[in-house]
Design a protein around this ligand. Structure first.
Ligand SMILES: [Cu+2]
Length: 65
């Protein structure tokens, strides 16, 4: 399942890395693609969207609805 999330708090590669790590804590096999310009995170994962959002929030980042 492909899930697209907008993570407005990402500003640099370090942010992108922590978001990627957060996603991998809920689904270690997830494929994560991040576009820092649009702040869109595309995730190919079996985890639910709400689980991904919760993990990203835990890492200190903000997802938009
Ligand atoms: Cu950053």
């Amino acid at each position: 399942m492909t899930i697209k999330l907008t993570v407005s708090s990402m500003v640099c590669d370090a942010c992108a890395n922590s978001v990627t790590k957060a996603i991998h804590t809920v689904d270690s096999d997830a494929t994560v693609n991040i576009d820092l310009n649009t702040k869109v995170v595309t995730v190919e994962a079996t985890a639910s969207e709400s689980a991904l959002r919760a993990a990203i929030a835990k890492a200190g980042h903000t997802t938009e609805s």
